[in-house]
Design a protein around this ligand. Structure first.
Ligand SMILES: C[S@@+](CC[C@H](N)C(=O)[O-])C[C@H]1O[C@@H](n2cnc3c(N)ncnc32)[C@H](O)[C@@H]1O
Length: 321
């Protein structure tokens, strides 16, 4: 990476769309600094996370760090490129836990980068991890040539419209033997939820979630989960789930798949959407029981192939030649 700002270069994605995404994530970063809420999405809830790990890897006590570390020996010396890295919070943990040695992060939002850099600058001299940030549009796919051991993409590729350029760029920037590790959303593009997943989610919410958790502060029932319009999705953040529904097949076509672990989320992501996840108190056994049952319900529907897994952990390698 030469550190040049993306601002001087245009990708195939139109500039107003990139600018809207940047504004959206700048504002999101500001809201997080003020927010009091405990969890921002379904998998942040510890009970859900443990159940997800149990179903995906047979061990409720594992986490993504351990999974990556155990599966791919030697990565602790790796220089990784992290796409759409946000404020680098997860990347800091990857470095602190010696999963990788050094990370270069690419991110579109200057406020997210500034937040990450401010955090690093507060650390005592010599204790900051080897993490640096560049503001760049990942749609460009300009990541250099054969210079990274790993490309890491967490909640990243589902924000990319020009997947062809980005995937080509990933292939080009990996050293021989290098891997792409992605933990991402592979569900319907623009959140156009399938009938089956909406039915499953709303059935579970109405029949298995206790009534007091389904009411708002005024005692009114919360509305059922519905499919947003594509227009409203684009108006909110043009990058959101831009082509997520195509991602799995494109990756499988272009790379050799080393790991493909379904993580679920097809029901849970909708069931706990927005602030609903914060209604479930970790200290309340009934709340935890409902969540455990929800994960088991979703897992069974996925195992029976009545639903696909919207979230996955994948490890991929360049195809030979
Ligand atoms: C869901 S967040 C994930 C952040 C981080 N990887 C994580 O897991 O916490 C998606 C991030 O992608 C960034 N993003 C969206 N479109 C992008 C683009 N075209 N190029 C670079 N970053 C982008 C957003 O600003 C946001 O920080």
């Amino acid at each position: 990476m030469d550190g040049e700002s993306f601002l001087t270069t245009y990708s195939s994605v139109e500039w107003p769309s990139i600018q809207r995404t940047t504004d959206y994530w700048d504002a999101w970063q500001r809201s997080q600094v003020k927010a009091q809420s405990l969890y921002t999405d379904w998998a942040d809830h510890p009970t859900v996370f443990r159940e997800m790990m149990r179903h995906a890897f047979g061990n409720p006590d594992t986490d993504f760090f351990e999974q990556i570390h155990q599966s791919f020996l030697g990565l602790e010396k790796a220089h990784a490129l992290s796409l759409c890295c946000g404020d680098g919070g997860f990347e800091r943990q990857l470095l602190e836990r010696s999963i990788f040695a050094k990370i270069t992060g690419l991110e579109i939002s200057p406020e997210r980068i500034a937040h990450g850099q401010a955090f690093l600058s507060q650390l005592p001299p010599g204790q900051a991890p080897l993490l640096d940030f560049f503001q760049q549009d990942v749609n460009l796919g300009q990541f250099g040539h054969a210079q990274f051991d790993v490309v890491f993409a967490k909640a990243a590729l589902h924000h990319i419209q020009d997947l062809e350029s980005a995937l080509k760029g990933i292939e080009q920037c990996l050293r021989p033997g290098g891997v792409l590790i992605t933990i991402d959303f592979f569900g319907p593009s623009r959140f156009q939820w399938t009938h089956e997943q909406l039915d499953a989610c709303n059935w579970f919410w109405a029949n298995r979630v206790p009534p007091h958790l389904r009411n708002d502060e005024e005692g009114q029932l919360l509305p059922p989960i519905t499919r947003p319009s594509v227009e409203s999705m684009i108006a909110m953040d043009p990058s959101e789930a831009a082509r997520s529904g195509e991602l799995h097949s494109l990756l499988c076509e272009q790379f050799t798949v080393l790991t493909d672990a379904p993580l679920g989320g097809t029901v849970l992501n909708l069931l706990l959407y927005g602030d609903r996840v914060n209604r479930f108190d970790l200290a309340d056994p009934i709340h935890n029981q409902v969540l455990e049952e929800a994960v088991a319900f979703e897992h069974q529907l996925i195992a029976e192939r009545r639903l696909q897994s919207d979230f996955r952990l994948m490890v991929l390698q360049r195809k030979p030649g």
